[in-house]
Write a protein that binds this ligand. Structure first.
Ligand SMILES: Nc1ncnc2c1ncn2[C@@H]1O[C@H](COP(=O)(O)OP(=O)(O)O)[C@@H](O)[C@H]1O
Ligand SMILES: [Mg+2]
Length: 394
């Protein structure tokens, strides 16, 4: 779609809206920054081209987009303010998100795993809410995830663009049967025109997680290469792109991106919980916490057992630079001394050099305990002898 076809309304007035500038351009619409002059409120205004407004199929889809955006009241779904038609132009007015989309945030390279998890957890929650209402977004991709810093200290995310959102299990095609949307993050069942549900969005969300962690989509290349990748190739390894990532993340991504929807997680939130566990629990810590021997023995049981699909064997602890040393490497220094752990355990000195003084049941003075009374007795005896000598000579 060229600029001429969609047009640029910047500087013009559309009903009660003053168009202030362009936020983004899609194939069929332009997203503007605008001002609602009645309320004095800044808004994002999505306007579809006049020629498309005349197309009944397209108009229907635009009405669907408005209804689907309005259907879900969720803190992570961009709120719809207005919807209408002026001078043959159809528009949607919504909250202006002051920030940037995820596509811009990762255009320079990978994102910190903790940040990616913090942002995508919000997306996962919004998508699961959508799915519980029987809707499937079908266009989950970084450009449709808006990130703002204004609302609170924590970065707040809005899922946007419900233009392809569908109710029910039908694939989304034009009446001519063409696939709608970008294949870069599309699930195999979506590309094949098979039945869809929330797991189709989960696949796309796993692809977005891959993109956040590596700075590139899972199957880069031209459209044919991308489609072939989603349909036929195994999920790619994020660790191969960014070797500092924990190896277990590849299994989480592979489950989210399983070709068979039945092998994916039960929800988007589950996918993010698994990713969070792997990405945040195995990060190297600056200062290892002090442990009691009891805690050490508890750590001997490897973490996991959360009902997640099987993951590949973990890399031996400590073999990755900066990894936490595993229990096996804690060495004899952590083996309790004989008698340690008896029914009445003694407090353990925090360090070998720390004074244990008052709390120790054992005397800490190296001098024998009988020395003081002996010296006192000797002094008394000498004093008595001296007194006897003085009396005798007097
Ligand atoms: N509410 C909003 N506030 C600020 N920017 C937005 C908003 N909605 C969308 N955008 C920006 O405009 C772009 C296009 O909007 P989108 O609804 O995704 O339209 P399209 O259907 O053309 O993809 C987005 O990728 C995002 O960068
Ligand atoms: Mg979009």
């Amino acid at each position: 779609m060229t600029d001429e076809q969609v047009g640029d309304l910047t500087g013009r007035r559309l009903g009660n809206y003053r168009i202030d500038g362009v936020l983004g351009k899609g194939g069929m619409s332009v997203m503007y920054r605008a001002t609602d002059v009645r309320l004095g409120r800044k808004v994002a205004l999505k306007v579809i081209g006049e020629h498309l407004g005349a197309d009944a199929e397209f108009r229907e889809r635009f009405v669907d987009e408005a209804r689907n955006t309005a259907a879900i009241d969720h803190p992570n779904i961009v709120p719809l303010y207005d919807f209408g038609e002026i001078d043959g132009m159809h528009y949607l007015g919504m909250r202006l998100v002051d920030g940037s989309d995820l596509a811009s945030l990762i255009s320079d390279g990978p994102m910190r795993p903790e940040r990616a998890v913090g942002l995508l957890e919000q997306v996962a929650d919004a998508l699961d809410t959508l799915h519980r209402r029987g809707l499937v977004h079908l266009d989950v991709k970084p450009a449709n995830v808006l990130v703002t810093k204004r609302e609170s200290i924590r970065e707040h995310v809005y899922v946007a663009d419900f233009g392809l959102t569908r109710r029910g299990a039908t694939g989304h095609r034009t009446r001519g049967g063409d696939f709608l949307g970008s294949p870069t993050y599309a699930a195999p069942e979506h590309l094949r025109g098979e039945p869809l549900d929330g797991r189709t969005d989960q696949y796309a969300l796993a692809c977005v997680l891959f993109a956040c962690l590596t700075g590139r989509p899972p199957y880069p290349g031209d459209v044919q290469t991308v489609i072939k990748g989603h349909l036929n190739l195994a999920p790619p390894s994020a660790v191969r792109v960014v070797p500092s990532l924990p190896r277990a993340i590849d299994a989480v991504l592979a489950t989210g991106m399983a070709k068979d929807p039945a092998r994916r997680y039960n929800s988007c939130v589950e996918l993010l919980a698994a990713a969070s566990e792997v990405l945040t629990s195995s990060r190297p810590r600056e200062t290892p916490p002090r442990e009691t021997p009891h805690e050490t023995s508890r750590r001997e049981t490897p973490p996991g057992g959360n009902g997640r699909p099987p993951q590949p064997p973990q890399q031996p602890h400590g073999s990755r630079p900066g990894a936490m040393p595993g229990p096996a490497q804690r060495g004899p220094g952590r083996v309790p001394p004989p008698g340690y752990g008896s029914p009445a355990p003694e407090p353990v000195p925090p360090t070998p050099t720390a004074p244990t003084g008052n709390y120790s049941p054992q005397p800490q003075n190296p001098q024998p305990s009988w020395l003081v009374p002996l010296l006192l007795s000797a002094i008394v005896v000498l004093a008595v002898l001296l007194a006897v000598v003085i009396i005798a000579t007097a």
